[in-house]
Design a protein around this ligand. Structure first.
Ligand SMILES: *[C@@H]1O[C@H](CO)[C@@H](O)[C@H](O)[C@H]1NC(C)=O
Ligand SMILES: *[C@@H]1O[C@H](CO)[C@@H](O)[C@H](O)[C@H]1NC(C)=O
Length: 269
């Protein structure tokens, strides 16, 4: 064989080895959820939610944020074991036959469908379709069966700061990139992503955002958001694994999963 051919084959072998290596690494850090993923949307240009590290004290949390504004706290809990239980293969192996209740983010038609978890992952879990931006995508967020999935939720460590007189209720879900819940509000709580990134848009209770409840957050972001004057822009930020976002009572919020995301919220009520 000519030297050139041999060098070429060697180079190809090295490239294949390198790319296999990279794939394994990627699969491990994303729990296997981002395989062949594409992200139709980006992170914000500037995060306008305060980010604090684990040195924040409970009294500081209560004084500065609990009743006033959202905050992102980094590294306040270690959920690495829970994260490992949420790897794609692991969840399918353990809960593949358990049913999950899917719903649309639609405010008007509360369509609900029960399917086995494995079927959800294989047939429903996909990026938001850019051609149909109505809120009719069925996905798994909340509506959890705490009997069947109890052993999983036991392994989750919620953020340690509680509000006086409240208890926490979990809401767990998995959804494709570009999906998300349109603007709405309710009581205070926390949101954490176990895998993937979730972009948040928030407005204080007295500032009702302009949005069409029949359209997805993605359509709002593509059509309305770019036209907002500076004073009408939301408070916004993208959270990643290892961070938890706190939202106060009655703050408007909409979410957008930038990647296929595994997420859990703790509602304080
Ligand atoms: C949760 O799962 C259990 C066991 O399969 C079932 O009996 C129960 O009806 C389910 N609960 C709800 C609220 O779907
Ligand atoms: C959303 O859809 C519902 C039901 O079809 C309709 O009654 C309502 O007027 C729509 N809202 C907007 C803002 O388009």
């Amino acid at each position: 064989m000519a030297l050139f051919t041999r060098l070429y084959l060697l180079l190809m072998a090295v490239r294949v080895a390198l790319s296999l290596d990279k794939q394994t690494e990627y699969t491990e850090c994303d729990g296997g959820w981002q395989w062949n993923n594409y992200s139709p949307v980006q992170e914000e240009e500037r995060c306008t939610v305060e980010r604090r590290d684990a040195s924040i004290t409970y009294s500081e949390f209560i004084e500065k944020y609990a009743y006033k504004r959202p905050v992102i706290i980094q590294g306040i809990t270690d959920n690495s074991e829970f994260q490992s239980l949420c790897r794609k293969e692991q969840l399918i192996r353990t809960y593949g036959d358990c049913s999950v209740r899917l719903s649309t983010a639609n405010t008007y038609s509360y369509e609900k469908v029960d399917v086995p978890f494995q079927e959800y992952v294989e047939h429903y879990l996909r990026p938001q379709d850019l051609d149909s931006l109505g809120v009719d995508t069925l996905y798994f967020f909340g509506d959890n069966n705490f009997t069947e999935w109890g052993s999983l939720f036991q392994k989750y460590t919620p953020p340690p700061f509680k509000l006086p007189g409240t208890t926490g209720a979990y809401s767990f879900g998995i959804a494709g990139s570009g999906t998300g819940v349109p603007f709405h509000w309710h009581g205070p709580g926390y949101s954490e992503v176990i895998y993937g990134r979730k972009r948040w848009f928030l407005y204080p209770p007295d500032k009702t955002p302009e949005f069409n409840p029949n359209r997805t957050t993605l359509s709002w972001m593509l059509e309305t958001y770019p036209l907002l004057p500076a004073a009408e822009r939301p408070v916004e930020c993208t959270i990643r694994p290892g961070e938890v976002l706190y939202f106060p009572d009655r703050w408007w919020h909409a979410t957008l999963n930038l990647d296929t995301s595994v997420f859990i919220s703790t509602f304080l009520g």
